[in-house]
Design a protein around this ligand. Structure first.
Ligand code: UD1
Ligand code: CA
Length: 445
């Protein structure tokens, strides 16, 4: 295979998002749009991925440096058009000989498989048939199917405006050819910009082959405003839910379930209505996530059950057939096989042994305002309702904690601990009290 590299354009201002967050860092499926673009480039086997960033967004630059390293950042300052943006990567590509594909950082749904046909001998553009072509560059295709030129909307003649074949923005060409052509691009057009799209006509003039391949319109959709971001999210969700259903996941109300880019649900699991998955969720076969639960960075083991109204936060790990019920929050806690916390609890930082039972209203008091500490509940232990386990603390295997206890010291295996005020009874006191008070009230009228 010829060597491949990608240049991802992300130097636009994104002002129409009206957001403090740079446009390409807005998430789709819980992952920054720019990361989706980088995933696609990597999925195509690009050995080098360069992101062109603007001087105005240090966050984007830092994001790229974290993921790809400093050698992957090209700065375009000021932004003078898409052709000018690609030229910003010229230095970083000087020693590269192979195919270069140009994509955008704000086209989150485009997958490697949609782009793959762009590679070949000719300078090739990924086009799409637009339902509404307004604003897009039009593809002028000759009688032999060759691509003659791309005319931008602003420069198009009335006849050219009728063309519905549009430029997605994705283009591939041999790197040397691309940079040679870009050096010839001028900015004498309606927007005073250096258009990447002008390289098509320039290649033609030189007798270089040029062509267009087509992708579905939904796959190439670009995000410019919040409404489009929401639409991209909806399309993303639809695709992912359909994939899960096709793989054998049971989801009676798929439209109410929200997944993240990396949500993994094994066949045979059940996801009830109104479940939201943040990034990093894994649900094993036979597990059930009941309605209105939120699962993020957590693993639900085979046959385990969470919800309704459970919240599993990062580091929650439910073992086989473990159970977490309504209004239970679990964070950074491993629950062994068959362990249960059925009602109204906070389990944070620790471990619950296999078969242990955590009573309603149990709290792992894991934080003193400065540091976090662990709570360990041994195998088969029984923690009575409304108990506070003040970490660091260990409840031994098979131990029992009396309801309402505030446990501040370790409990040995097999012991019963009662850490609450002892019960006292005053015989007949209530009856006498009520009689006195009733009499007082009656006297007042
Ligand atoms: C561009 C194409 C058009 C195509 C459309 C598809 C050109 C001249 N036009 O138009 O044919 O139909 O995309 O959506 O290429 N960018 C930079 N630096 C710049 C300018 C843009 O990095 O100086 C980036 C933007 O961040 C964005 C992408 O390039 O990700 C596209 O730029 P934009 O100005 O939106 O191009 P369009 O006018 O939409
Ligand atoms: Ca655009």
């Amino acid at each position: 295979m010829t060597r491949r590299a990608a240049i991802i354009l992300a130097a636009g201002q994104g002002t129409r998002m009206k957001s403090g967050l740079p446009k390409v860092l807005h998430p789709v499926g819980g992952r920054a749009m720019l990361d989706h673009a980088i995933d696609a480039a990597e999925g195509l086997g690009c050995e080098r991925v360069i992101v062109v960033v603007g001087d105005h967004s240090p966050e984007v630059r830092a994001h790229v440096e974290r993921r790809l390293g400093t050698a992957s950042v090209a700065v375009q300052d000021p932004p003078l058009g898409t052709g000018h943006a690609v030229l910003a990567a010229r230095e970083l590509m000087a020693d590269f000989d192979g195919q270069v594909v140009v994509t955008y950082g704000d086209v989150p749904l485009l997958k490697a498989s949609d782009i793959e046909p762009v590679f070949g001998d000719a300078l090739t553009v990924v086009g799409f048939e637009a339902r509404d072509a307004t604003g897009y560059g039009r593809l002028l295709i000759d009688a032999d199917g060759g691509l003659e030129a791309i005319v931008e909307h602003k420069e198009a003649s009335p006849d050219q405006l009728k063309v519905t074949a549009c430029n997605s923005g994705v283009m591939a060409a041999p790197s040397r050819l691309l940079f040679e052509l870009l050096a010839e691009v001028r900015n004498d057009n309606a927007r005073g910009e250096y258009y990447l799209t002008d390289v098509v006509a320039l290649a033609r003039e030189r007798g270089e082959p040029t062509r267009a391949v087509f992708a579905p319109e939904d796959a190439v959709m670009g995000v410019n405003a919040q409404g489009e971001l929401a639409r991209a999210e909806a399309l993303f969700q639809k695709v992912r839910r359909d994939d899960l259903l096709a793989s054998g996941v049971r989801m009676p109300a798929p439209d109410t379930v929200f997944v993240s880019w990396d949500t993994s649900v094994e066949p045979g699991a059940v996801i009830e209505p109104y479940v939201v998955f943040g990034p990093g969720a894994v649900v094993r076969a036979g597990a059930k996530i009941r309605a209105f639960s939120h699962v993020e960075g957590a693993e639900v083991g085979p046959g385990a059950e969470a919800g309704p109204y459970a919240r599993l936060r990062p580091g929650a790990k439910l073992g086989e057939k473990a159970k977490v019920g309504n209004f239970v929050e679990v964070k950074n806690v491993t629950m062994g096989a068959g362990a249960k916390a059925n009602h109204l609890s906070y389990l944070g930082d620790g471990a619950v042994g296999a078969g242990a039972n955590i009573g309603a209203g149990t709290i792992f008091c894991n934080y003193d305002g400065f540091f976090k500490y662990r709570t360990e509940v041994g195998q088969g232990a029984f923690v009575g309702s409304n108990t506070s386990l003040v970490a660091p603390v260990v409840i031994g295997a098979g131990a029992m904690v009396g309801s309402g206890s505030v446990v501040t010291a370790d409990v040995a295996p097999g012991d019963l601990v009662l850490a609450r005020a002892p019960q006292t009874a005053k015989p007949g006191w209530a009856a006498r009290f009520m009689e006195t008070m009733r009499a007082k009230k009656a006297a007042k009228g």
